[in-house]
Design a protein around this ligand. Structure first.
Ligand SMILES: Nc1ncnc2c1ncn2[C@@H]1O[C@H](COP(=O)(O)OP(=O)(O)OP(=O)(O)O)[C@@H](O)[C@H]1O
Ligand SMILES: [Mg+2]
Length: 378
């Protein structure tokens, strides 16, 4: 078990990762009203006027019948799961209920208005999630300017999962499993759009989580807020899953975000998990990236072992002209997914997921951030 001091040390550790960016964050040093006090108020959309201190106590809703008021002191850190561009994800246990969870701590790169908005979004998502392929949120609070988001702990992410299969086991993910992953992800994307009017905007393997029985999408909603807040300081060229229409400087004034941008990111994700490689050669600069994506030939998944239905599905998502890309409903009707809709009943998805997770849990090898397409291909 980690002590609270250890917990705070980890929190204040500067996080570095390729594509790291700097923003004008409000730190706990210069932010007014910042201290360690916890004030007993539950986070509700209609609660008293916004005040940072009010948000250091939250509601942890573990099920319809089980909820607790909580502060960060009720959670004990049990290890770091991973670091992203916005913060760190740790495994933590809620002592009172004995519930193990994943807690994402995001640096305070967003202002108070955004923080309040984020809490509102979490609250809605927490209470209203009936989709089996969306990660369950338990609650959120703010601590010293960091937002702590508590959610269901999954075994791993699709990112580690596919890298382990291709680059450690030297195998590939079977097509029936690819279809199941695609179906689960699409169902979740369609749900967040139709139910909550949320466009994900950060679809990629690390945001698709894997358990022994299923897959679940995470990092939506908040990602919209965060991406907006960092977009001013972060070069679009540093976001490898963005579609041509989002990175082309000649179309930089483009307003709004269409689900078809997420369809492109899904296409890149599917290419990656079907081949084991990110579908571009390694970029030497942002200009190189722009050139490959915008001016280069269209991407095409061409592997013989995959069916025409599978290749057609992925290649349709990767159409450079967003107007030609299908939206979710049309994709959900695609022939490639016909069997996947029944797969959990007819084939052993959980057997496969469990088998790979068993191996991953024993694995000590580190994986690269990206396995770029070898330079002699495409
Ligand atoms: N609920 C969860 N259960 C298990 N692992 C999780 C959970 N949430 C996130 N992770 C994992 O923690 C790691 C860090 O996640 P995080 O979202 O901070 O970064 P990322 O997705 O890699 O990048 P980005 O910040 O650009 O979204 C990732 O490997 C992610 O898959
Ligand atoms: Mg993530």
């Amino acid at each position: 078990m980690y002590s609270l001091t250890k917990k705070l040390e980890t929190m204040s550790k500067p996080i570095r990762k390729p594509f790291q960016f700097e923003t004008d964050s409000i730190t706990s040093k210069n932010k007014p009203n910042s201290n360690n006090e916890d004030i007993n108020s539950v986070i509700r959309p209609n609660s008293s006027p916004f005040n940072h201190r009010d948000l250091s106590t939250g509601e942890l809703r573990l099920s319809d019948t089980k909820s607790y008021k909580f502060t960060s002191n009720d959670l004990i850190e049990c290890g770091v799961i991973g670091e992203g561009n916005f913060g760190i994800v740790c495994k933590m246990i809620h002592e009172k209920s004995g519930t193990m969870m994943a807690v994402k701590r995001i640096h305070s790169t967003v202002d108070e208005r955004c923080q309040k908005q984020m809490i509102k979004e979490f609250d809605i998502v927490m209470r209203d999630n009936t989709c089996p392929h969306i990660v369950q949120f338990y609650g959120a609070l703010f601590k010293e300017g960091d937002c702590w988001i508590c959610m269901e702990l999954m075994n791993t992410s699709l990112d580690y999962f596919y890298k382990f299969v291709y680059h450690k086991l030297d195998q590939f993910i079977p097509e029936s499993i690819l279809a199941y992953i695609t179906f689960a992800t699409l169902q979740a994307l369609d749900y967040i759009k139709s139910r909550w009017k949320i466009i994900h905007r950060d679809v990629k393997p690390s945001n698709i989580l894997v358990s022994r029985t299923t897959l679940k999408l995470c990092d939506f909603g908040i990602s919209g807020q965060l991406i907006d807040s960092i977009a001013k300081t972060r070069d679009a060229g540093c976001r490898p899953y963005l579609p041509p229409e989002r990175i082309d400087p000649t179309r930089a004034t483009l307003d709004g975000y269409d689900v078809r941008s997420d369809v492109w990111s899904l296409g890149i994700t599917l290419y990656e998990i079907s081949t084991g490689y990110f579908p571009f050669r390694e970029w030497t600069s942002v200009f190189d990236q722009l050139e490959q994506i915008i001016e280069g030939p269209s991407l095409e998944l061409k592997i013989d072992r995959l069916s025409d239905n599978c290749k057609n599905f992925v290649n349709t998502c990767l159409n450079k002209d967003e107007k030609q890309r299908p939206k979710y409903k049309q994709l959900l009707e695609h022939e490639f997914l016909r069997k996947a809709k029944q797969l959990h009943k007819t084939e052993n998805v959980s057997g496969y997921l469990s088998h790979i997770i068993d191996g991953l849990e024993k694995n000590t090898d580190k994986f690269q951030l990206y396995y770029y397409l070898p330079s002699n291909s495409q």
